[in-house]
Design a protein around this ligand. Structure first.
Ligand SMILES: Nc1nc2c(c(=O)[nH]1)N[C@H]1C(S)=C(S)[C@@H](COP(=O)(O)O)O[C@H]1N2
Ligand SMILES: [Mo]
Length: 314
C-alpha cells in the first residue's frame, strides 16, 4: 500500500480524542500508580495519531485493563501477571532495530524515526493464543513490508528472522538457573507472510505507545497466527535464505510448529484448538467461542498456503 503523507489524511480518519477519553484516563491512572509506588513506569505524553484501517474488525474491544495485565512475556516471568509487575525495568528508549542479512541496504532504524517516517494505522485485530484464549486489540502500527522494502531484500532472501532484546539485568526471567526458553526469544516468517499487508509492526495500542508488558517499544503482530509468533521488544530483523529457528519450536517441536496458523482442526497434543475463551467474557454461563481457520482471516491469507498440508506444516 502506498504511504500517504499526513496532508492526505482526512480528519475523519484520525481516531477522535473522545473515543479514547476513558483510555487516556486509564493510562494516566497507570502513570499515577507507577509514581505512587516509586516505580519508573513512564507513560508517553503524546498520543499516537493514527488512521483507521479497512483491515480492522468491528468486534467489541478487550478492555485496556485486560490487554495490559494478562500477558505472556517470559523474559519477565511465566505467570500472566508477571509482565505487568516486572516489565517496567526494561529501558525502551533509546531503542534501535537492526535490519540486515540478505538485503541491498542494511540499516539500523531508531523506533522514533520509524514512527515519524510512517503513516501509522489503527489495526483492530482478533488475537488468538495457542493456550486457548483470545482478545480484540486496537494496535497502532505500520506494515512490516514498509520497513522490508526500505532495505531492499535480495533475490535469495526467503525468510525473515526476528530477535528480542537479550538483557538479563533488565529482564528478571533471563536470570533463572533453569531457563524456560533458549534466550534470546526468536521468531520467523516466510518472506511472503512478512510482506502481507495484515502483518504489522506495532508501536502502540489504544492510541498510546506500547506498555512494556505488551512488547515495547516495537513488536510483531500477525493476526492469523497463534500469539507466540508476535515477538516482542524486537532489536533485530534479518533476511535469510533458510527457515530460521523459532523459540517455541526449539522448545517443543511436536507442540509448536514454524507456521502456527490458527487452525481449529489441528489439536495441540495436549488440548483441542476448536474453541477459545474471549478474555473479559466472564461468568459461569458464557460459552466458549468457535475458533475460526486462520483466526477469521482466511479470505485474506489462505492462498499463501495453497497446496500445503496444514496438518504437516502446523
Ligand atoms: N519476546 C517475547 N515475545 C513474546 C512472548 C515472549 O514470551 N517473549 N510471548 C508470546 C506469546 S505466547 C503471546 S500469546 C503474545 C502475547 O502478547 P500480549 O501479551 O501483548 O497479548 O506475545 C508473544 N511474544
Ligand atoms: Mo501465546
Amino acid at each position: 500500500m502506498p504511504i500517504r503523507r499526513p496532508s492526505d489524511i482526512l480528519p475523519s480518519e484520525i481516531t477522535p480524542r473522545s473515543v479514547y477519553l476513558n483510555r487516556r484516563q486509564l493510562f494516566a491512572g497507570a502513570a499515577g500508580l507507577a509514581l505512587a509506588s516509586g516505580l519508573s513506569g513512564r507513560v508517553q505524553a503524546a498520543s499516537l495519531a493514527t488512521q483507521k484501517s479497512p483491515f480492522s474488525t468491528d468486534e467489541k474491544l478487550t478492555s485496556l485493563q485486560d490487554v495490559t495485565s494478562y500477558n505472556n512475556f517470559y523474559e519477565f516471568g511465566v505467570d500472566k501477571g508477571a509482565p505487568v509487575a516486572h516489565a517496567h525495568t526494561l529501558k525502551t528508549s533509546p531503542w534501535t532495530v537492526k535490519v540486515d542479512g540478505l538485503v541491498a541496504k542494511p540499516a539500523e532504524f531508531s523506533v522514533d524515526d520509524l514512527i515519524k517516517g510512517s503513516a501509522l494505522e489503527e489495526r483492530i485485530y482478533r488475537m488468538r493464543c495457542v493456550e486457548g484464549w483470545s482478545m480484540v486489540i486496537p494496535w497502532d502500527g505500520f506494515p512490516l513490508a514498509d520497513v522490508l522494502k526500505r532495505v531492499e531484500p535480495l533475490g535469495n532472501a526467503k525468510y525473515v528472522a526476528f530477535e528480542t532484546a537479550y538483557r538479563p539485568e533488565e529482564m528478571p526471567g533471563l536470570q533463572s538457573m533453569f531457563p524456560v526458553l533458549d534466550w534470546p526469544y526468536v521468531e520467523g516468517l516466510r518472506l511472503d507472510e512478512a510482506m502481507h499487508p495484515l502483518t504489522i509492526l506495532a508501536v502502540g495500542l489504544y492510541g498510546e505507545r506500547l506498555p512494556n508488558q505488551n512488547g515495547a517499544p516495537i513488536r510483531l503482530v500477525v493476526p492469523w497466527k497463534y500469539g507466540f509468533k508476535g515477538i516482542k521488544s524486537i532489536t533485530r530483523i534479518r533476511l535469510v535464505e533458510k527457515q530460521p529457528e523459532t523459540s517455541w519450536n526449539k522448545q517443543a517441536p511436536d507442540e509448536y510448529g514454524f507456521y502456527a496458523n490458527v487452525n481449529p482442526n489441528v489439536d495441540h497434543p495436549r488440548w483441542s484448538q476448536k474453541t477459545e475463551r474471549r478474555i473479559g467474557e466472564g461468568g459461569l454461563f458464557v460459552k466458549r467461542r468457535q475458533t475460526l481457520p486462520f483466526n477469521g482471516y482466511a479470505d485474506q491469507v489462505a492462498q499463501l498456503y495453497s497446496g500445503m498440508d496444514l496438518r504437516k506444516f502446523y
